[in-house]
Write a protein that binds this ligand. Structure first.
Ligand code: GTP
Ligand code: MG
Length: 425
């Protein structure tokens, strides 16, 4: 049992690293927040503007606000993967296979009609949300009506443009087990066929700028189309060195043509390597081998559904074992890549900001300490001056007192003399 747990932990490792980084960053910001609160309280007690100037007070308030904003943001930070490819290449099937569950509508012809984003939720029952209406939850059953182009029941529903987004909140924990990807903050975006719309730029700006990984699902029975290439050429112009994986899906078709399998594979490999290394320039000759895979999403999905007891018969063609291993190999590299990229792009910025804020707070505190020291010197000087004056007064006073006393004595003696003289006269 413990071996099983250990293996599970190892499998989860790259994804867990992201959560771990999030936790560490949360602790750092939590501590920073406490320190700022303490500083604010101390400043609050010092009313003297000469010691804590309003500039320093305002800076501490601004730091407190940005800490709050950043803490809210990174709680929502996730690892995002976007799937692209021509209609019917098997994007939705691949995502379902990775989720071990048929979450997205899949099927022949043009199916996915808008952007569908799958993310985990803690609720027992999943729900949908239209991107422009965050307050309204829709029933999961609506998915097949809104997200599927074949549905003719969506007349009464809000019109979904191809570039609009429907969010699918799927339970992280289901009756048949936990969902590893969703549990670990992976967000998956499915797209309509890239060949259907020339609106690349809008798509990229709207949905892809925060993506950590792109998966191009290609059809191994044909080859990359110009539309698919153009899309990624635009992506690599807008994002610096995007992480791109290529899945040659439907590789089960090769079972019917075993004689040519190696030469077809070689042809695909040469083309895709050239595309990733020379045209897109997103990886080098060494890295590219871990970016291209020959798989059958349908076989993997069905095998996984069968393993969970959801279906009883699954589709398999000759060589399915190799393809299944290749799919797992893809998943391993994908998880390593997405976790590394997300930690790098999302948390490094927060980490830098934390350092900046600590620097600002140090300068702020130093300014206040310097003013306090100046005030102290001033006070000390005033005190010294007062003491000097006081002492001077005291000296003056005692001289005066002595003179007065002498005078009085003298007068008294004189009076005495005079009185007795008068008396005895
Ligand atoms: P759109 O949503 O229309 O853009 O298509 P898509 O890329 O999401 O394709 P989808 O996953 O809906 O799959 C299209 C059809 O291909 C479905 O009938 C799948 O069962 C089938 N299919 C997907 N992957 C494979 C595969 O590896 N092998 C075989 N034989 N069929 C597959
Ligand atoms: Mg689809």
């Amino acid at each position: 049992h413990s071996l099983k747990n250990a293996r599970k932990a190892l499998d989860n490792e790259p994804l867990l690293r992201f959560r771990e980084a999030k936790k560490v960053l949360g602790d750092v910001y939590g501590e920073l927040k406490d320190n700022v609160a303490e500083l604010e309280a101390v400043y609050g007690e010092i009313k003297d503007e000469k010691i804590v100037a309003s500039e320093q007070r305002q800076e501490v308030e601004a730091i407190r606000d940005s800490i709050k904003t950043i803490m809210d943001t990174f709680q929502r930070d996730n690892m995002k993967v976007v799937f692209f490819g021509r209609t019917s290449n098997g994007k939705s099937t691949t995502i379902n296979a990775m989720l071990h569950e048929k979450v997205l509508p899949q099927g022949m012809g043009h199916t996915t009609c808008c952007f569908l984003q799958v993310q985990g939720c803690d609720e027992e029952k999943g729900y949908l949300q239209l991107d422009d209406n965050e307050d309204k939850k829709l029933e999961m059953e609506m998915l097949s009506k809104i997200g599927d182009a074949l549905s003719n029941e969506n007349e009464d529903l809000p019109a979904m443009g191809q570039d609009s987004l429907l969010k699918i909140f799927h339970p992280k924990q289901t009756e048949t087990g936990e969902n590893r990807l969703l549990q670990n903050d992976v967000v998956i975006l499915d797209s309509p066929g890239v060949d259907l719309s020339p609106e690349f730029d809008g798509w990229i700006d709207k949905h892809c700028l925060d993506a950590d990984v792109f998966v191009l699902v290609s059809n191994a029975e044909s080859t990359l189309t110009q539309a698919e290439k153009n899309f990624f050429l635009r992506v690599s112009k807008k994002l610096s060195k995007p992480n791109v994986f290529i899945l040659n899906n439907r590789w089960d078709a090769s079972a019917a043509d075993m004689d040519n399998i190696e030469s077809v594979k070689k042809q695909h490999l040469t083309r895709f390597r050239q595309f990733l290394v020379d045209e897109l320039e997103v990886c080098n000759e060494r890295e590219v081998n871990d970016r291209i895979f020959f798989v059958s999403a349908r076989e993997v999905l069905e095998a996984r559904l069968k393993a969970r007891g959801i279906i009883t018969r699954n589709y398999q063609a000759d060589g399915h074992g190799t393809r299944a291993l290749e799919f797992q190999n893809f998943e391993r590299h994908f998880e390593q890549c997405i976790s590394k990229s997300a930690i790098h792009t999302k948390f490094e910025a927060h980490n830098r900001r934390a350092h900046e804020m600590i620097g600002k707070m140090r300068t702020n505190l130093n300014t206040v300490l310097t003013s306090a020291a100046e005030q102290r010197t001033n006070l000390q000087n005033t005190l010294n001056e007062n003491t000097r004056l006081f002492n001077e007064c005291r000296v003056n006073f005692s001289t005066f007192e002595k003179a007065y006393r002498e005078q009085t004595e003298r007068l008294r003696a004189e009076v005495h003399l005079k009185v007795s003289a008068d008396f005895f006269e």
